[in-house]
Design a protein around this ligand. Structure first.
Ligand SMILES: NC(=O)c1ccc[n+]([C@@H]2O[C@H](COP(=O)([O-])OP(=O)(O)OC[C@H]3O[C@@H](n4cnc5c(N)ncnc54)[C@H](OP(=O)(O)O)[C@@H]3O)[C@@H](O)[C@H]2O)c1
Length: 328
């Protein structure tokens, strides 16, 4: 294949700030090295990290200068492969970046990834639907499977269950045979039940830690609670997992290392095995993408405003480039 256009549209920013610091720029198409894949990105989903980094909240973590490119989730088609890559050109894939510097971001027409950051896209899903799963789905999977070791028949409380991470946590917990209690606003209680919640609480009215129930696990998907508050609602060997890195959760993790009740924090790591597992769940019908809204590329600021409202129901997705490899 011969490239007829070497510059591609990318959303980027040169300083920290609100949505207006972002603009569309042209960047050169990168070349894949050993183990790398060049993806023609068709759709990218947004995650809170995209705007938290842009606002400068993770400066200590995201060194590496500007421009920074937002976006971690992608679905697209393989355009070119480097040496030692098993997947071939033309394969539809999905995944998310293990990116800290955000020098790479998925809101670009052509993206360089490591082959371990992707897997073949579930056949049943469109690119927009597939882009809605990787980061949030893997966060939920890794929390429930690797940190909580959730078992059939156990009771789990999922806090902030109608958000990007929560909608997958509900479905994965049900697929694992758990009894699921959720929190969301009143307007999203039926929505949580439609995804599989057995009991849906309203966080504005019901104190989830004042219920009679004791849980084997509490997954704080929204991340605004703490182990100290949750502790009394856990069973003696119960596990509390938070999604937001903080000194408090690190300290709780250390001080409960040898306790019955444990505090943990999930730090998602994109990998082919987990993406394949999520794809298999999609194929068997136990997991479905949950999309709050879809935006055209040029309308990206509206997409950011929606996720920054903190009230998206599932994922916010941006269409990046049309399927059809128009650059080739
Ligand atoms: N550590 C990691 O590896 C990792 C990975 C992914 C995400 N995260 C973090 O996990 C957190 C959640 O991510 P997300 O993608 O699920 O966010 P999100 O999609 O922006 O969450 C939005 C949802 O949060 C709910 N919500 C708003 N205020 C709430 C409150 N006070 N209590 C409970 N729920 C509330 C909303 O429900 P209502 O509209 O019903 O209020 C909405 O459905 C973020 O802080 C993100 O940075 C961490």
């Amino acid at each position: 294949m011969v490239l007829v256009s070497k510059l591609v549209k990318t959303i980027a920013y040169e300083r920290y700030g609100n949505t207006d610091v972002m603009k569309i720029i042209d960047i050169p198409i990168p070349k894949p090295d050993t183990g790398q894949i060049l993806v023609n990105v068709h759709a990218a989903a947004l995650n809170p990290k995209d705007y938290l980094v842009r606002k400068g909240l993770f400066k200590w973590l995201t060194r590496g200068g500007f421009p920074k490119i937002p976006g971690l989730d992608f679905a697209g088609t393989i355009a070119e492969v480097g040496p030692n890559v098993e997947l071939s050109v033309g394969t539809p894939i999905y995944g998310s970046l293990n990116e800290i510097s955000t020098k790479r971001g998925t809101l670009t027409e052509f993206l360089l990834i490591d082959q371990t950051e992707c897997a073949p896209k579930p056949n049943a899903l469109s690119f927009v639907e597939a882009a809605a799963i990787p980061l949030a789905g893997q966060t939920a999977l890794q929390a429930l499977q690797d940190l909580i070791h959730l078992k059939s028949g156990q009771k789990i409380l999922i806090l902030g269950a109608s958000g990007g991470v929560g909608v997958y946590a509900i479905q994965i917990a049900k697929a694992m045979g758990a009894h699921v209690t959720t929190t969301s606003s009143e307007g999203n209680k039926d929505f949580c039940k439609s995804l599989g919640a057995d009991i849906a609480l309203d966080y504005r009215v019901d104190n989830p830690f004042a219920q009679q129930d004791r849980y084997d696990a509490i997954f704080d998907a929204f991340g605004n609670q703490s182990f100290s508050k949750a502790e009394k609602s856990l069973k003696p060997e119960g596990v509390y997992v938070n999604t937001v890195p903080s000194l408090r959760i690190l300290w709780d993790y250390v001080r409960t290392l040898f306790s019955g009740k444990r505090a943990k924090m999930v730090l998602v790591r994109s990998n082919t095995e987990d993406l394949n597992e999520l794809a298999a769940m999609v194929e068997t019908g136990t997991l479905k993408p949950v999309i709050d809204s879809v935006y055209e590329f040029d309308n990206y600021r509206e997409a950011f405003k929606r996720i920054e409202s903190r009230h998206a129901r599932g994922k916010v997705v941006v269409k990046v480039s049309e399927q059809g490899l128009q650059h080739f």
